[in-house]
Design a protein around this ligand. Sequence first.
Ligand code: SF4
Ligand code: MG
Length: 305
Amino acid sequence: MAAFKPQWNDWCPGCGNFGILNAEQQAIIELGVDTKNVVVVSGIGCSGKIPHFFRTPISGVHTLHGRAIAFATGIKLSNPDLVVIVNGGDGDLLGIGAGHFVAAGRRNIDMVVILHNNGVYGLTKGQAAPTLKRGEKPKSLPRPNINDAVNPIALAISSGYTFVARGYAYDVKHLKELIKSAIKHKGLALIDVLQPCPTYNDINTKEWYDKRIYKLETLPDWDPVVKKPEEVNEKIKKAIDKSLEWGDRIPIGIFYQNELVPSYEERIKANSPAYLDYTPAKQLIEKEGKLTTIIDPLLKEREVD
Ligand code: SF4
Ligand code: MG
């Protein structure tokens, strides 16, 4: 689906999704990536509409509930030259899509996952989503939430994501820089974006966040980047400890980054050296009027005596 045509944007006034969309567009433009090589993939939810609203000529796919990461993985493996960005809500990525969220981390495929984290299922009238804390009662719930919340930062790190950050939808400049860093990172990146939903979540509002948010990079000793293998455990521990800080102060910024882990593309190349030269999306599908596929080198690698 080409997304470069005017679309009516039906997000509610004040929705944090506007900030995420702006930051994403600016990041792509500022990086100078050829927009023909960018694919934005979404699932179902208010965030799922994001590919429709881009004003840059990107490609977008609005897929099934919880399946955006699986769909994006297929796109990236078919053409590893593409910049692939997944957008999903907390319900989409951490509820029905939680299995894909974890499996993607184990692969460390080179793409970006942007989590629109508002604590509710906004599209279906504000039910409790997986990031809503137990005991909280936004105005959309008749009684307080009885489920415990998932910590997206800790889950991503323990699943194998190698770039893990948190942004804030109303700090577009900071979020844009995080998205640029995530795109440049080699491996799988998560950005957990705190995204106020003024229609259904009257607890985690803009005013509530504005009083609490601070930037990790302002801490004098904060260094989330793994530079040698011996540092991995210490950096993971610090990142997860920081992700538990949620009260009067809430940190945003990069929690953990490790480019020493091979990406999925590198693992495939080691296992099947011809793969990257014969990726499916780059094959001729027709030659001299006949259907054809040039996969002989790949088949040869798979031959058994
Ligand atoms: Fe945004 Fe919430 Fe409205 Fe959905 S319901 S568009 S998340 S404000
Ligand atoms: Mg949500």
